[in-house]
Design a protein around this ligand. Structure first.
Ligand code: C2E
Ligand code: MG
Ligand code: MG
Length: 251
């Protein structure tokens, strides 16, 4: 079986779906946003996680199509929830490769032109995978969208390429602390966590702590005044319908 042919077919046949994982505002305890995470409902292999297909999509020129699809889905669901009186924001992941060409950012501009939703509804999370080839180009495209209200998040901060350098390269509005730091219970880990939250707050960025799995981790990021938290303790990634029910129940 050829994964790439299979993936191209999956995109065309609606087998790729977004799951949504809740993001909690720590002050109010409310679910204020959801991160869209790609899942592949494979007819034979069951539900596949991005680990098993995102890299293949990157390597074989399918990631642009996948990214545009995910943005469209996230936007469509957000419009539905907001239309039902359930205010929410959605985040979609984009790798460096996806921002290197103009396809995704042009598409987002088009969405903002065509539909009557606040641009603040959408945040793009820049995942780490690799360094930008044309950081200046990426940054200027993102800046245009940010001026219209798009949220721009630096994902997995504290891991790999997601460091201060990346923060200097993009017009960020948000910093997402990597799961490894949130879960690091050592003194060094705690000091690093404090340093990063301070850095983010100095720059006026919203801080989201990722990978919160237990109460002590939640308390720690709350004390440090991270604005939002996301993790298994607060909710796993779930199908869109379930996420909508969650928003309705917590209204
Ligand atoms: P990410 O953007 O950092 O997303 C968070 C990942 O952490 C998700 O894995 C989520 O299920 C997982 N997670 C959430 N809470 C916890 C927790 O409490 N503990 C732990 N250990 N993990 C937690 P998932 O869904 O497997 O996604 C993995 C990565 O795949 C994402 O990491 C993102 O980089 C990438 N990805 C997902 N969807 C897309 C997409 O549409 N486009 C692109 N380019 N990348 C995507
Ligand atoms: Mg992410
Ligand atoms: Mg992350």
């Amino acid at each position: 079986m050829n994964l790439v042919d299979d993936l191209a077919r999956a995109l065309a046949h609606g087998e790729i779906v977004p799951f949504f994982q809740p993001q909690l505002e720590l002050n109010s305890g409310r679910v204020v946003a959801g991160e869209a995470l790609a899942r592949w409902q494979h007819p034979e292999r069951g539900l596949l996680e991005p680990e098993s297909f995102i890299q293949a999509a990157e390597d074989h020129g399918l990631i642009d199509e996948l990214g545009i699809f995910m943005v469209d889905e996230a936007w469509k669901y957000a419009a539905g929830w907001i239309g039902r009186g359930l205010p929410v924001q959605v985040s979609v992941n984009a790798s460096a490769t996806q921002l290197e060409s103009t396809g995704l950012t042009d598409h987002i501009a088009h969405l903002f032109d065509r539909y009557d939703l606040p641009a603040q509804t959408l945040t793009i999370e820049i995942t780490e995978t690799k360094a930008f080839v044309d950081a200046v180009g990426v940054s200027s495209r993102l800046r245009v969208l940010r001026e219209r209200g798009l949220g721009i998040s630096v994902d997995d901060f504290g891991a790999g390429y997601s460091t201060q350098e990346r923060l200097d390269e993009v017009p960020a509005t948000e910093l997402k602390i990597d799961v490894t730091l949130v879960q690091d219970e050592t003194d060094d880990g705690y000091r690093e966590l404090i340093r990063i939250v301070e850095l983010a707050h100095e720059r006026g960025l919203r801080v989201v702590a990722e990978g919160v799995e237990d109460e002590s981790q939640r308390r720690r990021v709350e004390i440090l005044r991270c604005q939002r938290a996301q993790g298994y303790l607060l909710g796993r990634p779930m199908p869109a319908a379930e996420f909508g029910d969650l928003l309705a129940a917590r209204r």
